[in-house]
Design a protein around this ligand. Sequence first.
Ligand code: 5GP
Length: 346
Amino acid sequence: EEFSQRLPKVELHAHLNTSYSMSFLQDLMRQRGNINGVSIEDLRLADAKPMDQAFVIFSKLHQIFRTEDTIYLLTRSVIREFAEDNVKYLELRSTPKQIPETGLTRDVYMQTMVRAVQDCEKEGLDITVRLLVSIDRRQGVEVAKIAVDLADRWMKSTQGLVLGIDFSGDPKVGDATDYIPVFLDAARRGLKLSLHLAEIPLYEETKNVLRACCGHCTMRIGHGTFLHRYESDKGHEEIEDLVVQWKIPIEACVTSNLLSKTVDGTGTHHFWYWHSKQHPVILCTDGKGVFGCLLSDEYSRVAKEFSLGREDLVSCALSTTASIFENDEIKQRLRDILKKFCEKEQ
Ligand code: 5GP
C-alpha cells in the first residue's frame, strides 16, 4: 500500500455526479440495464480533451442520476470510496435537481443526500462528511437564489451538515459578476462559499467577484488556474494581490485540469506556484469518476513530479485542515489524526 493511500486526507472539491466509481456504475447497470441508453464507455475522459467534452459527459451523467434511489446509492458509494482512500473529511457538493418525470424536487434531492450522509455515519464509516449546494451558472441568477434558500434551510435543519454554496458549471456561459449579490446574501446568512473562478482566463469576472467578496465572505476558489501573474496576462495583477492579501485557499484539481486541457502538464500546474509561496492550496479530485483519479493518486502524482518526500506530503495534508469550512474543533481533530498517523509510521 502506498504512502499517499495510507495518509489521512481532506477532500474539499468533489462533485457528486462526477465522483462515481466504475465498479459502482457497472453494478448499477448490471441491475438495471443501460440507463437511458448511456453506456459506461461514454462516461470517462480517458485522454485529454478540450473542456467542452467534459460537459458532454456531465449531461450524460444527469441522464443516469435522475431518481431518489440512484442519488442515494451514488452518495453512499462515493462516501464509502473516499473513506477507503483514507479521506477523513469530505466536503461533497452537488446541484439539486428538479425532474418532474421522476418526482424529484430540489428538496427531495437535498433530503436524499443528507439521509445518505447520516446513514454512512450510522454505519460507522471513519469519515466526516459535509455538504455544499451547487449553483450551476448555466441556470441563471433566479435558480441561484433558490439554491441559497435551500442551503440556508438545510444548514439550519441539519445543524450544519450543509455548510455552504458551490458556484460551478460551464465557465463559458454567463458572467459570474451577475451572481455577486447572491454570493453576498449567502455569506450574510452564514453560508461559506467555494467559487469556481479563473478556471479559464476570465479576468474581468474574476476581478469583479474578488473585489466584491473579499472581506465579506468566507471563501475558497475552485481551480483558480488563471489567478497568478502570467507573463502573457499583464494588467491583472490585482487578482493575485487580492488572493494573497485575503489568503483565499485554492482547490487544485491537477488530473482534472490536465484532462480538460486547461493546464498542459503537472510540472506547469499552478499547484506548485502557490505551494512554493506557502499560500493555502489543496489537492482535490474534482470528479474521481470522470477523471479516473483517487485523491491518493493526486498526492502521488504531485510527489513524483516535484520530488516530494513523506514529510512534505504530511505537511501538505496538514495544511489543508486550515481551509475546511468546519470549525476549529473539527480542524483540531483532523490534526490529531495526522499526528497519530505520523507516530505510527515512524
Ligand atoms: P452535480 O452538481 O450534478 O453533482 O455534479 C456535476 C456538475 O458539477 C456539472 O454539471 C457541473 O455543473 C459541475 N462541474 C463538475 N466538474 C466541473 C468542472 O471541472 N468545472 C466546472 N466549471 N463545473 C464542474
